[in-house]
Write a protein that binds this ligand. Sequence first.
Ligand SMILES: Cc1ncc(COP(=O)(O)OP(=O)(O)O)c(N)n1
Ligand SMILES: Cc1nc(C(=O)O)sc1CCOP(=O)(O)O
Ligand SMILES: [Mg+2]
Length: 207
Amino acid sequence: MKLRGLYAITDSQLLAGKFLSYVEAALEGGVTLLQYRDKSSDEARRLREAEALRDLCERYKTQLIINDDAELAARLNVGVHLGQTDGPLMPVRALLGRQAIIGSTCHAQLELAEQAAKEGASYVAFGRFFNSNTKPGAPACSLELLDQARSKLHLPICAIGGITLDNAAPLVAHGVDLLAVVHGLFGAESTAEVTRRARAFNELFKS
Ligand SMILES: Cc1ncc(COP(=O)(O)OP(=O)(O)O)c(N)n1
Ligand SMILES: Cc1nc(C(=O)O)sc1CCOP(=O)(O)O
Ligand SMILES: [Mg+2]
């Protein structure tokens, strides 16, 4: 499967009271990857929500990715996203198998991406590119790094951090395959607007 297009990421606060309706609206507009990102330790709710997302993703033929939690990903037979403090990638690859999608946060460091590629990552994520409501403290990353990454890496490149429809086009022009978005997608006033935004993000990959 080609990893290219919109990578929607959930946010439990932002989506409170409208979680599944907003996610489904995004899937309706087209989502390549959907990440379940919930930083709480409420295991029962996390399992329930992740199962609901897995079922929705199956209906829309979208790949589900669990943030941080390889055990939960293994339980649901879906992919996982790992940051630099979320544990080593290779045991997770062994746990989930060769086909699983495993993403790796590489901040603004090419060396981290080269290492992740060697360890079997399916995609590498660089960021943050713009000011982020969701994670204001994330280290900043430049478009120049994307040019270097594109020439050195042979796996899909994901960009994250403050991405909106107004600022995303240069990222795609600099070789990004996946646009990972929280607020720029789900910070909308209605489900119809979420669907419109998802479609518009995907249009950026067509020109
Ligand atoms: C697609 C994508 N890229 C980066 C991150 C950030 O991961 P991490 O650094 O582990 O931070 P948390 O999201 O766990 O707070 C991500 N989740 N997804
Ligand atoms: C979860 C996350 N990781 C980042 C990084 O730079 O590693 S930025 C980020 C938040 C992305 O949300 P928004 O689209 O609302 O800015
Ligand atoms: Mg993490």
